[in-house]
Structure formats: structure tokens, C-alpha cells
Design a protein around this ligand. Sequence first.
Ligand code: K80
Length: 448
Amino acid sequence: SIALEHGSHRLGKRTDEMMQTWRNYGLGQFIHWGLYAIPGGHWEGKYYGGAAEWIRSWKDMPNEAYDELYKEFDPQNFDPRAWAKQAKSLGAKYMIITTKHHDGFCLWPSEYTDYDVTNSPYGKDIIGPLVEAYDAEGIDVYLYFSVMDWNHLGYRSKLETEEDREAYEGFKEFTRNQLLELLDLYPTTKGLWFDGTWDAAWKEQAAFADKLETEMREKIPGLIIGSRFRPDDYGNRHFDSNGDLMGDYEQGWERKLPETFEDTKGNDWDCVMTVPENQWGYHSDWRGHVKTSFELIEMLVKSVSLNGNFVMNFGPDGQGSIREEETKLAAEIGDWMDVNHEAIYGCGYLDWKKQDWGYYTKNRETGKVYMVVFNRPLNGALRVKTPSKIGLEKVYSLKEPSVTYEPEEVHKDEYFIHLKESKTSKGPVVIVIEPTKEKQQEGTEYQK
Ligand SMILES: Cc1ccc([C@@H]2N[C@@H](C)[C@@H](O)[C@H]2O)cc1
């Protein structure tokens, strides 16, 4: 292997309590909110086809015009407690909020820049009340932070001249100051979700990032930081030059999902997902495919079945309201979660052979197995292939446990479970298997 000073500092998974809590979340909420919500994907009557939070980079949006938007930021409808209540009913266990996106506008009162909420008409901290409201609902808060900062004069995407390098030193100090400031101001934060770290300039900062990550972890013990923050000695991110995971989990699944367990390399990971094809910040005119709650529930279940967390994005509008499409989805997913959350929270991968009807999840504590059925076979017979000597004595409907099943063994360790579920149920039905060990000692671990 290659000698690295700033590569991965830990082989294998974190097993401490904070990380166990993280991997048992299942469902999270991303919130992208900032100045970009004011234009909402339009400028001077023209429609912007890109991601709304990137409108500043659009040729038809002068940088100066965008940078003046903070003078209009006055979201009188902002109601953090209502947002937190909605997230609770959605069933989200954690929330990731954009403290500063690429535009550099800070939603908290930062000592290190004037480009923050205190200099907007709104004038007050946004992050603090959000952290408080979500903590009160028992939803853990994580802070999204973009290293890339289009507003800061010292920011560089690459370091070519001596002047670049000097300016970037100032930018690095500013970045460190802001991150330590966020952890001081919001000490109940459980972790940081970094973005905007693909620049060549940042990829040269292995030592700086390593030291800073250590400093942040010392400030809040147990802090959870993903693979997107640190570059290693050779500028490699997510996985170091030896292929070992940087940070505590893989942050690579943005708007996409792994297909197989092998794709996850056995690591912890999160998938962050937009509702439209590609809009994180508020766009007033969603075009193209907008995901249904059924699709989002399938992505959630698929994520959990492969040991990941699924984080659904919300983009509040310029006045601080959650748009109606997202409110409707939160209600539909929440209704399904009310009945079926047992198949999500605390669950993960089960190494039984994947079947066409849907996904298995396994509760890490109880060993209970959940069959989440998306594709009802024409004959209603769900094929289940189990490792040898696993008994299927206790099988029942999660929604109606009085509805029990007697699996029909069709081959050795291969069964049909004949669906009885009423076809009316909205969203996938879930069948619970409480496997028993035949002819083996009690308590021997039968799953990886
Ligand atoms: C090429 C690209 C850069 C940054 C992004 C940002 N990451 C997401 C989590 C959003 O914040 C998006 O603006 C997306 C694509």
C-alpha cells in the first residue's frame, strides 16, 4: 500500500454509539434554502433550466445582481417549528440544513463575513431556531457547509500564481473560523455534510483539512463527517489512494442509488435525493419528472436494504414556505411510515437472495426480517430463498399482525408465501418473518 500521512485514519466501520444512531436513522430530510430561493429559477422573466441554487452561474444572471439579493431576504413565512413538525410526521430521523451554499451567503450570524442574514432585512439567525425546533422534535441536526464560496475574495478553484496561494491562505483561515464558529454556536449538531470540495485548490489541502477535521472532532466528540471533506496526500477524495474510505461514511450517492450490496463496498453511506430530476434550491417551475411518494418510498426501502440512509430534499421558497408538492409528499410518505417504520428504523442489509417482488430489510437488534413488496407477482406467491436451516415459523403482516402466513416449502430452503394483503393498501405491503433456528444452538449469529 501507499504511505499516506493524510489518508483514511480508520479501517472498518465506526462502532461508537453516535455512529450506531446514524446508521439506524433510515430516513433523513435535506433542506436547501438561501438567496437562490428568491429568484426561484427565473431572472427578468427568463426561465433557468439549471439547478436553482446554481443560478448565479447562469450567463443571464449577472453576478452583481445575484449578490444584491441579500437585500431582499426577508422570509416572513419562515416557521421553523412548522418545518420540524412536518419532518416529524414525514418520519425523518435527521435533518441536514444548508448553513452556507456555494454562493457564500450565511444563514447564521457569522463573525467572519458581512454576507450573512444579520445584514439582510430579515436580520435574524435562521440556523439557531431551526436547530432548536428540530431538537425539540427529537430530530438530529446536521450542518451542510460548502467549502466552495463564490463570495469570498480569497476563494480559488485552482492555485496558479503566488497571489492565488496567498489569497487562498486567507480563505483557508476563514473556512476554519466559520466551521469552528458553527460548532460553537450550535453544539447539539451531530455532524457536518460537506460539499464544494472538488476544486484543485482544495485537493492540495490534505494536511490542512486533516488537521481541521481533527479539530472539529475534538470540539464535538462523536461528530459525524462523511467522505466528501478531506483530500488525501494525492488529492483523492471519498476513498484514499489505497482505496480506504475517508471520513465516517460514503457521501457519493447524490441523486443516484447503489444497485447491489457490492456497490456499497460494505461501507455506511447516504443517498441524497431531489424530488424533481435536479433541483435542490427552490425553483418555481418544476419541469420534467417529479418523483411520486411511491418512487421515493422505494428509494428509501432500497437504501435501507443496502445499509444506507435515504435523505429526501426540500427547497423552501423565498418567503420561507414549504411548497405544496413537498407537503403532499411528506404526508403520503409519512402515512406509509406511520404503519411501516419498523421495517426502516434500525434496519439494514440481509444477505438472503434478492427477489423480484421487492426488498428485504433486517432489524439489526431483533433479527426480524421484513419483506417490502413493491411488485406483487401475478399469482400472489412471493418466493423466499433462505440460508439453510432457517425456519419460517412466524410470518405475519406488519400492518395487521393477526394476518399470519404459513409458507409453502417448494424446495429445500425455498418457500412460497401467498399474499393475503388487501390490494387497497397504498404503497408497498410489508410482511414480517421472525426466523427461527432449526437444530442449532440458540443465539448463534445467523446473519453477517
Ligand atoms: C456538479 C454539482 C456540484 C454541486 C452540487 C451540489 N450538491 C448538492 C447536494 C446540492 O447542494 C448541489 O447544488 C451538485 C452538482
